[in-house]
Design a binder for this molecule. Structure first.
Ligand SMILES: [Zn+2]
Length: 98
């Protein structure tokens, strides 16, 4: 197959990828992952509430567009903005055992 060269504006450059792990400031459980998909001047501040203790992560400031992903055993329960900071609340997945 002879595909013509087609420029695309949806290119992810791998050198731009940057992964950020957000951990709880109190119990150091891994809470959230951010994967930068584009370098932009967009700035986001976020805090992740910890479902394992009553703590939360440090304030994280990121620049660019990020793909957000909780770890496998957690789901996003709520996301809201407070004083310009995005607060992400997580909860454990219900695995059926009490
Ligand atoms: Zn914690």
């Amino acid at each position: 197959m002879n595909l013509p060269h087609k420029p695309s504006d949806q290119v992810i450059k791998y050198k731009d990828l940057e992964e950020v792990d957000i951990k709880c400031a109190d119990c150091e459980e891994e809470l959230f992952k951010l994967l930068r998909v584009a370098c932009t001047s967009k700035k986001n501040k976020l805090i992740v509430d910890c479902p394992f203790c009553d703590g939360r992560s440090w304030l994280v400031e990121v620049e660019g567009d990020y793909f957000q992903a909780p770890p496998d055993d957690l789901i996003v329960y709520d996301v809201y903005e407070k004083d310009g900071v995005i607060v992400i609340e997580l909860e454990g997945k219900d695995d059926g055992s009490e």
